[in-house]
Ligand binder design. Structure first.
Ligand code: PLP
Ligand code: COI
Length: 339
């Protein structure tokens, strides 16, 4: 793609050449199909449309200095996709089929993999939905699995520059024993009111608290939360957040750098104790947080007072992104070469 301005790509949709589709019918998956259409034909009574039977994943392909395309921990996404499907009683996509779909969709759209050093990556979006017709509330008998790709820039426009976030107390994204641990569309629909309220108030994202007590931090919109204090990387343990693959990687990287890692409940009041805070995820990578406002409690927590990310955040960001694009050896076995 000679005439694409990779450096200014937003995190958004762009048409690419092909997507992959596969149908589940009569209790089994069919063959993968290649499509050049951006549209789907869907039954008016499909369970996805009425009862929210839909799950998705998000991962990225990174181009290295050597011209090779790399996937980061794709098997973890495949496993989480299975967990999400099971969480809302959908047919599960086997790991092998997931892998084959990823590899084919990347190679069919190889001209859209952003060049090394451009700051952009190829975002891969697998999705699965109930396509069979039902009117009663029950799981569909038929499912459709699709994988499309789109080249993207950073999710938070600021990139590695600090963003401001707002604690949201009047909207819950997920109930304590609900679907928060699954990557299902309904959670994102439930988060929209808070996301829009935060944007309208001038913030990059809402921060959700645990729905039951409102005392503990859950996550930051579409990313997990972390805080740094006394050489510790602290991140919430919660039964209603997504188990972020990026966060799990940062825990391992922190430990490898001699930083202690703690996954535990994080009281909102502890925000005053952190020297750095951030949001992490595939789309967000690591976004340092400059300011967290808690309007209902009339509190403001400030970090990065010089406008720059903190030293631990920066160390983790560099380590993670260098492994992802192949600038540093992959001691953890996270990278799979696609070509
Ligand atoms: N939390 C939510 C709600 C998300 O949508 C995502 C994105 O996938 C994450 C956290 C980060 O997860 P991961 O690092 O696996 O992309
Ligand atoms: C991701 O990080 O891959 C996500 O899915 C976040 C998002 C919903 C845009």
């Amino acid at each position: 793609m000679e005439n694409l301005d990779w450096k200014s790509l937003p995190f958004g949709y762009m048409k690419t050449d092909y997507n992959i589709r596969c149908e589940y019918k009569d209790g089994k998956w069919g063959e993968l199909q290649v499509s050049d259409s951006e549209y789907i034909d869907i039954h008016i009574a499909a369970t996805a449309l009425h009862y929210g039977q839909e799950a998705f994943e998000g991962l990225k392909a990174y181009k290295g200095k050597d011209g090779k395309t790399r996937l980061f921990r794709w098997e973890d996404n495949a496993r989480r996709f299975i967990l999400s499907a099971d969480g809302i009683k959908m047919a599960q996509v086997p790991v092998d089929k997931f892998r084959e779909a990823l590899f084919r969709v990347i190679s069919l759209n190889s001209r859209f993999v952003p060049p090394y050093g451009s700051g952009a990556t190829l975002y891969i979006r697998p999705l699965l939905y109930g396509s069979g017709a039902e009117v009663g509330v029950k799981p569909a008998a038929e499912y459709t699995f699709i994988v499309f790709v789109t080249p993207v820039g950073p999710y938070f426009r600021e990139g590695i520059k600090p963003v401001n976030m707002m604690i949201c107390r009047d909207v819950d994204r997920a109930a304590p024993k609900g679907t928060g641990i699954f990557k299902v569309g309904g959670n994102y629909a439930a988060s929209l009111r808070a996301g829009i309220a935060a944007k309208n108030a001038g913030f990059s994202s809402a921060i959700f608290l645990d729905a039951k007590t409102k005392k503990f931090i859950d996550e930051c919109g579409p990313a997990n939360f972390f805080g740094i204090r006394d050489n510790s990387y602290v991140t919430p343990r919660s039964g209603s957040i997504l188990n972020s693959i990026t966060n799990r990687s940062l825990i391992e990287l922190a430990q490898s750098l001699g930083i202690k890692a703690e996954r535990r409940r994080v009281p909102v009041t502890e925000l005053a104790e952190f020297s750095e805070t951030g949001a992490c995820g595939t789309a967000a990578v690591i976004s340092p947080i400059g300011k967290i406002v808690d309007p209902e409690k009339n509190r403001i927590y400030e970090y990065c007072k010089d406008g720059k990310p903190g030293p631990v955040t920066m160390k983790l960001y560099n380590k993670l992104t260098r492994i992802q694009c192949g600038d540093e050896p992959d001691d953890f076995g996270w990278i799979t070469l696609v070509d």
